[in-house]
Design a protein around this ligand. Sequence first.
Ligand SMILES: O=c1[nH]cnc2c1ncn2[C@@H]1O[C@H](COP(=O)(O)OP(=O)(O)O)[C@@H](O)[C@H]1O
Length: 198
Amino acid sequence: MAGQEISKDESLSLKGYRHACHVMIYADTEAKLFGKIPIKHIVLMQMRFDGFLGFPGGIVNPREESLEAGLCRELWEEIGMALKVGPEDHCSSCLALSPPDLVTHFYTKKLREEEVREVERAAVSSAADHGLEVMGMIRVPLYCLKKGEGFPSFLSNSFIDSARSQLLAALRVLGLLSQEELEAAVATAKMMRQSTAH
Ligand SMILES: O=c1[nH]cnc2c1ncn2[C@@H]1O[C@H](COP(=O)(O)OP(=O)(O)O)[C@@H](O)[C@H]1O
Protein backbone atom coordinates (compact mmCIF):
# COMPACT_ATOMS: atom_id res chain seq x y z
CA MET A 1 0.00 0.00 0.00
CA ALA A 2 1.19 3.53 -0.74
CA GLY A 3 0.71 6.58 1.43
CA GLN A 4 -0.85 9.81 0.19
CA GLU A 5 1.19 11.43 -2.57
CA ILE A 6 2.39 15.00 -2.01
CA SER A 7 4.63 17.35 -3.99
CA LYS A 8 8.26 17.57 -2.88
CA ASP A 9 8.00 21.34 -2.28
CA GLU A 10 4.78 21.01 -0.27
CA SER A 11 6.29 18.23 1.84
CA LEU A 12 9.28 20.43 2.67
CA SER A 13 6.97 23.11 4.05
CA LEU A 14 5.29 20.68 6.51
CA LYS A 15 6.16 21.36 10.15
CA GLY A 16 7.29 18.55 12.44
CA TYR A 17 7.78 15.95 9.70
CA ARG A 18 10.89 13.82 9.16
CA HIS A 19 12.05 13.00 5.64
CA ALA A 20 13.43 9.75 4.23
CA CYS A 21 14.89 9.35 0.72
CA HIS A 22 15.35 6.03 -1.08
CA VAL A 23 16.47 5.14 -4.59
CA MET A 24 15.88 2.32 -7.05
CA ILE A 25 19.10 1.63 -8.94
CA TYR A 26 18.56 -0.21 -12.22
CA ALA A 27 20.19 -1.15 -15.52
CA ASP A 28 19.39 -2.96 -18.72
CA THR A 29 21.00 -6.34 -19.31
CA GLU A 30 21.31 -8.87 -22.11
CA ALA A 31 21.81 -11.70 -19.60
CA LYS A 32 19.62 -14.80 -19.82
CA LEU A 33 18.58 -17.06 -16.95
CA PHE A 34 19.46 -20.72 -17.72
CA GLY A 35 20.78 -19.35 -21.03
CA LYS A 36 17.27 -18.78 -22.40
CA ILE A 37 15.03 -16.56 -20.21
CA PRO A 38 15.85 -12.87 -20.75
CA ILE A 39 16.50 -11.05 -17.46
CA LYS A 40 16.03 -7.72 -19.35
CA HIS A 41 16.60 -5.41 -16.37
CA ILE A 42 18.62 -5.46 -13.18
CA VAL A 43 16.76 -3.77 -10.30
CA LEU A 44 18.42 -3.47 -6.89
CA MET A 45 16.74 -3.67 -3.51
CA GLN A 46 18.13 -4.69 -0.15
CA MET A 47 17.35 -7.00 2.72
CA ARG A 48 17.17 -4.72 5.75
CA PHE A 49 18.23 -5.52 9.31
CA ASP A 50 14.53 -5.94 10.28
CA GLY A 51 13.88 -8.66 7.67
CA PHE A 52 11.90 -6.34 5.38
CA LEU A 53 12.84 -5.56 1.80
CA GLY A 54 13.43 -1.91 0.90
CA PHE A 55 15.51 0.40 -1.22
CA PRO A 56 18.86 1.89 -0.25
CA GLY A 57 18.63 5.28 1.45
CA GLY A 58 17.55 6.65 4.81
CA ILE A 59 16.55 9.61 6.93
CA VAL A 60 17.73 13.04 5.80
CA ASN A 61 17.43 16.43 7.46
CA PRO A 62 16.37 19.08 4.90
CA ARG A 63 17.28 21.86 7.37
CA GLU A 64 20.93 20.80 7.13
CA GLU A 65 21.27 19.49 3.57
CA SER A 66 19.28 19.03 0.37
CA LEU A 67 17.25 15.83 0.08
CA GLU A 68 19.59 14.61 -2.64
CA ALA A 69 22.76 15.40 -0.67
CA GLY A 70 21.30 13.52 2.30
CA LEU A 71 20.40 10.58 0.08
CA CYS A 72 23.94 10.45 -1.34
CA ARG A 73 25.35 10.48 2.21
CA GLU A 74 23.09 7.55 3.16
CA LEU A 75 24.10 5.72 -0.03
CA TRP A 76 27.74 6.11 0.89
CA GLU A 77 27.05 4.27 4.16
CA GLU A 78 24.96 1.51 2.55
CA ILE A 79 26.75 1.08 -0.76
CA GLY A 80 30.27 2.15 0.15
CA MET A 81 30.83 4.27 -2.95
CA ALA A 82 29.79 7.67 -4.26
CA LEU A 83 26.67 7.59 -6.38
CA LYS A 84 25.25 10.84 -7.70
CA VAL A 85 21.48 11.12 -7.38
CA GLY A 86 20.05 14.54 -8.27
CA PRO A 87 16.68 16.35 -8.31
CA GLU A 88 16.18 15.13 -11.91
CA ASP A 89 16.03 11.54 -10.55
CA HIS A 90 13.10 12.33 -8.19
CA CYS A 91 9.96 10.24 -8.82
CA SER A 92 7.50 10.74 -6.00
CA SER A 93 7.02 11.95 -2.44
CA CYS A 94 4.44 10.39 -0.09
CA LEU A 95 3.20 10.74 3.45
CA ALA A 96 4.33 7.44 5.01
CA LEU A 97 1.81 4.85 6.19
CA SER A 98 3.61 4.67 9.51
CA PRO A 99 4.97 6.52 11.36
CA PRO A 100 2.47 9.30 10.55
CA ASP A 101 5.02 12.15 10.72
CA LEU A 102 7.30 10.86 7.94
CA VAL A 103 7.56 11.83 4.26
CA THR A 104 9.19 9.27 1.98
CA HIS A 105 10.85 10.58 -1.18
CA PHE A 106 11.59 8.13 -3.95
CA TYR A 107 14.19 8.37 -6.72
CA THR A 108 15.25 6.13 -9.61
CA LYS A 109 18.75 6.02 -11.03
CA LYS A 110 19.68 4.25 -14.25
CA LEU A 111 23.24 2.91 -14.50
CA ARG A 112 25.10 0.73 -16.96
CA GLU A 113 25.22 -2.97 -16.11
CA GLU A 114 28.92 -2.75 -15.24
CA GLU A 115 28.23 0.15 -12.86
CA VAL A 116 25.56 -1.91 -11.08
CA ARG A 117 28.11 -4.71 -10.63
CA GLU A 118 30.47 -2.12 -9.12
CA VAL A 119 27.72 -1.01 -6.69
CA GLU A 120 27.13 -4.64 -5.69
CA ARG A 121 30.84 -5.26 -5.12
CA ALA A 122 31.26 -2.07 -3.08
CA ALA A 123 28.14 -2.84 -1.00
CA VAL A 124 29.76 -6.06 0.20
CA SER A 125 33.38 -4.95 0.45
CA SER A 126 33.33 -1.29 1.54
CA ALA A 127 29.92 -0.27 2.93
CA ALA A 128 29.90 0.58 6.65
CA ASP A 129 26.34 -0.79 7.03
CA HIS A 130 26.95 -4.17 5.38
CA GLY A 131 25.91 -6.99 7.72
CA LEU A 132 24.50 -4.47 10.18
CA GLU A 133 21.66 -2.23 8.96
CA VAL A 134 21.84 -3.85 5.54
CA MET A 135 22.00 -7.64 5.33
CA GLY A 136 22.68 -7.56 1.61
CA MET A 137 21.87 -6.01 -1.74
CA ILE A 138 19.60 -8.17 -3.89
CA ARG A 139 18.37 -8.21 -7.49
CA VAL A 140 14.63 -8.33 -8.17
CA PRO A 141 13.64 -11.24 -10.44
CA LEU A 142 11.38 -9.57 -13.02
CA TYR A 143 10.53 -12.66 -15.07
CA CYS A 144 7.62 -14.98 -14.35
CA LEU A 145 8.13 -18.73 -14.52
CA LYS A 146 5.76 -21.61 -13.80
CA LYS A 147 3.74 -21.62 -10.56
CA GLY A 148 4.52 -17.96 -9.84
CA GLU A 149 8.27 -18.43 -9.55
CA GLY A 150 10.13 -15.20 -10.15
CA PHE A 151 8.45 -11.83 -9.75
CA PRO A 152 5.13 -13.01 -8.19
CA SER A 153 7.01 -15.02 -5.60
CA PHE A 154 9.31 -12.04 -4.93
CA LEU A 155 6.25 -9.82 -4.37
CA SER A 156 5.04 -12.23 -1.67
CA ASN A 157 7.88 -11.06 0.61
CA SER A 158 7.41 -8.43 3.30
CA PHE A 159 8.33 -4.88 2.25
CA ILE A 160 9.02 -1.86 4.43
CA ASP A 161 6.49 0.99 4.34
CA SER A 162 5.63 1.86 0.69
CA ALA A 163 8.64 0.09 -0.89
CA ARG A 164 6.43 -2.47 -2.70
CA SER A 165 4.23 0.24 -4.24
CA GLN A 166 7.31 2.27 -5.12
CA LEU A 167 8.75 -0.77 -6.92
CA LEU A 168 5.54 -1.47 -8.86
CA ALA A 169 5.06 2.20 -9.81
CA ALA A 170 8.68 2.59 -10.96
CA LEU A 171 8.53 -0.58 -13.08
CA ARG A 172 5.36 0.73 -14.74
CA VAL A 173 6.50 4.35 -15.24
CA LEU A 174 9.95 3.34 -16.54
CA GLY A 175 8.39 0.73 -18.82
CA LEU A 176 10.46 -2.12 -17.36
CA LEU A 177 7.29 -4.26 -17.14
CA SER A 178 3.97 -3.74 -18.92
CA GLN A 179 0.74 -2.95 -17.07
CA GLU A 180 -0.51 -6.48 -17.95
CA GLU A 181 2.65 -8.13 -16.63
CA LEU A 182 2.42 -6.13 -13.40
CA GLU A 183 -1.26 -6.90 -12.86
CA ALA A 184 -0.71 -10.62 -13.52
CA ALA A 185 2.25 -10.73 -11.10
CA VAL A 186 0.34 -8.89 -8.35
CA ALA A 187 -2.69 -11.21 -8.75
CA THR A 188 -0.49 -14.34 -8.64
CA ALA A 189 1.39 -12.99 -5.61
CA LYS A 190 -1.92 -12.43 -3.83
CA MET A 191 -3.01 -16.01 -4.50
CA MET A 192 0.38 -17.30 -3.32
CA ARG A 193 0.12 -15.34 -0.08
CA GLN A 194 -3.40 -16.64 0.56
CA SER A 195 -2.40 -20.24 -0.09
CA THR A 196 0.58 -20.03 2.28
CA ALA A 197 -1.27 -18.14 5.09
CA HIS A 198 -1.64 -20.33 8.17
O1 LIG B 1 12.48 1.51 0.59
C1 LIG B 1 11.74 2.20 1.27
N1 LIG B 1 10.64 2.79 0.73
C2 LIG B 1 9.78 3.58 1.43
N2 LIG B 1 9.95 3.85 2.71
C3 LIG B 1 11.02 3.31 3.33
C4 LIG B 1 11.95 2.46 2.66
N3 LIG B 1 12.88 2.08 3.53
C5 LIG B 1 12.56 2.64 4.70
N4 LIG B 1 11.43 3.38 4.60
C6 LIG B 1 10.77 4.20 5.64
O2 LIG B 1 11.65 5.26 5.99
C7 LIG B 1 12.05 5.14 7.34
C8 LIG B 1 13.52 5.46 7.46
O3 LIG B 1 14.22 4.67 6.51
P1 LIG B 1 15.55 3.87 6.87
O4 LIG B 1 15.23 2.82 7.88
O5 LIG B 1 16.10 3.42 5.57
O6 LIG B 1 16.42 5.04 7.47
P2 LIG B 1 17.57 5.10 8.58
O7 LIG B 1 18.43 3.88 8.33
O8 LIG B 1 18.26 6.40 8.32
O9 LIG B 1 16.82 5.05 9.89
C9 LIG B 1 11.71 3.69 7.74
O10 LIG B 1 11.44 3.59 9.10
C10 LIG B 1 10.49 3.41 6.89
O11 LIG B 1 9.31 3.92 7.49
